[in-house]
Ligand binder design. Structure first.
Ligand SMILES: Nc1ncnc2c1ncn2[C@@H]1O[C@H](COP(=O)(O)OP(=O)(O)OP(=O)(O)O)[C@@H](O)[C@H]1O
Length: 268
């Protein structure tokens, strides 16, 4: 269980996140929503300590994440994988090697420097690629792939880390609708199949309602909504998004979040 207690972050005396307290149960798929600048990315980045909180504590089980340093911090980051909007792959390396990077925490430094991967690690990486239907791309350079393919590689890399949490920061922001679905299905599959907790920043309310089992709405750095998708009425969404509401209010009554969430998508 991930517990945030009074977490805050200031940049140049300006609050990006203020007094956030949350408990996130294992295995949940949490969508973090809110208008641009609400503090969503800062919140996610504090969980894996890419950004240090100015105040408050973050705990995961017995671990006080806020106090970790050195190897203990690296160990935490291995348990808590991050997926970015811009994929963060090494473009000149092939797809399989990019996925194997997710195993670095299990490999000695000399072996990793020489890229001496064990057969077992290669098998795990290939199996992850197979799950997202991209094993045929294993030998290609990462920068020759489409955005949707690159994001699936990034998700495969996160999966082979064997994390307990995946933090996805706007993972579909630069993708077209078809790839958006493929990538969101991949995240849902990881969540359902492996029970890995997913925290995902999303701009689209429709996607958040469709894929997540809990929504956290942020405004000006604070949590102003915390509930199941069914509780996010149009009125609540309008309060959350203010003038941006019409851009994100694309509710499709044909999609029932409850019905959809019963299904685990097959491998993409
Ligand atoms: N490294 C930084 N230095 C200074 N200010 C920052 C930094 N990172 C974030 N901020 C500020 O903190 C606030 C919250 O930013 P954050 O990126 O967390 O919001 P967000 O909800 O993720 O926005 P978006 O949806 O546009 O990505 C914004 O006012 C932003 O300008």
């Amino acid at each position: 269980m991930l517990v945030l207690d009074g977490v805050a972050r200031h940049f140049n005396n300006k609050a990006a996140v203020s007094d956030v307290s949350l408990t996130i149960g294992s295995g949940s798929f949490v969508g973090v929503i809110g208008r641009s600048g609400a503090g969503k990315s800062t919140l996610l980045r504090m969980v894996n300590r890419l950004v240090d909180p100015t105040a408050g504590s973050i705990r995961f089980g017995d671990v006080d994440v806020t106090k970790l340093k050195g190897q203990a911090l690296r160990d935490w980051r291995a348990r808590c994988a991050m997926i970015f909007q811009q994929f963060n792959l090494v473009g000149r390396l092939d797809v399989l090697t990019n996925v194997l990077m997710g195993r670095l925490n299990t490999v000695s430094t000399p072996r990793s420097l020489l890229q001496l991967w064990k057969d077992e690690d290669r098998a795990v990486a290939l199996s992850a690629l197979e799950q997202f239907d991209i094993s045929q791309l294993a030998a290609q350079r990462a920068d020759s792939l489409s955005g949707g393919q690159q994001q699936r590689v990034a998700i495969a890399r996160a999966l082979v880390q064997e994390p307990e949490i995946i933090l996805a920061d706007e993972p579909i922001a630069s993708l077209d609708p078809r790839n958006t679905k493929v990538v969101m299905d991949a995240l849902l599959r990881i969540n359902r199949h492996y029970g890995i907790t997913v925290m995902c920043n999303l701009h689209s309310l429709d996607l958040a309602r469709t894929y997540c089992d809990r929504l956290i709405g942020m405004s000006a750095g604070r949590v102003v909504f915390d509930g199941v998708p069914e509780e996010l009425t149009e009125g609540v969404a309008r309060d959350l998004y203010g003038l941006e509401a019409d851009d994100v209010l694309d509710f499709d009554p044909a999609i029932s979040p409850e019905r959809f969430r019963g299904a685990v998508p097959a491998a993409a």
